[in-house]
Design a protein around this ligand. Sequence first.
Ligand code: MG
Length: 276
Amino acid sequence: MFGALVGDLIGSVHEFAGTKRKDFSPLIHPAARFTDDSVLTCAVAEALLAGERAEAIARRFKRWGNRYPRCGFSAQFREWLWSSSLLPFGSFGNGAAMRVSPAALLARTADEALALAQATAEVTHDHPEGIRGAQAAALATFLALRGEPAQVIRRTVAEQSGYDLSRSVDEIRPAYRFDGTCQGSVPQALVCALEALDFEDAIRNAISLGGDADTLAAIAGAVAEARFGIPQQVARQVEAMMPADMREVMSDLYARAGRALPWAQGNMGTATFDPR
Ligand SMILES: [Mg+2]
């Protein structure tokens, strides 16, 4: 969902910079761009809205991937993208988790969130760690959307996934290095969102780890959006940078989920006001 896109865009300029501080400025750098995290989140949203599974989702990834071929895909993913294969390639990269948030928004139960997460992951990331990463991110987001407090989310996701979510951001940061695997980035990103005091704090936490910044911030951003919402000014600024096809998918997704678009929430009061 949109929090993942915001995190991806803000994190894009920090991906290989090793940023180890929270007070970087500006929050949204002029050179910030959407990357693969956003493109594939939109692909997942479109696929789930259409009720697709398996190879239909793979085709959807290929369609979006070929529309935005140079937006930061891994070498392994690009090879698959440009091949004729619709089969998974055993990946446990964090791509499975960065793109999964629409599953949390559309699921009606925690079990459905886990099942949808698995369905979107195993199309490419059919390694158990790939599926685990997607499910943990989706479950955290789903529980946050239900208004569960951070400590409940932490405990429930740790039990379901087996991830260690007990460390703090300050404890993780010093020794943390770029790690594109699920097991080396999803638990850290979840801690960034669960420890945060607001949406921006979650994004700053994620980037301050000095790792795969856009993906850490995308995963944390989805959970943080579910916990806190997105500040209007940030949402509007990022929305203005979004290509039309992404905006359209996001609009469809939020409409299906019965939720207001993050960048249009200021208008909700008047739009839904009943004068009787
Ligand atoms: Mg990326």
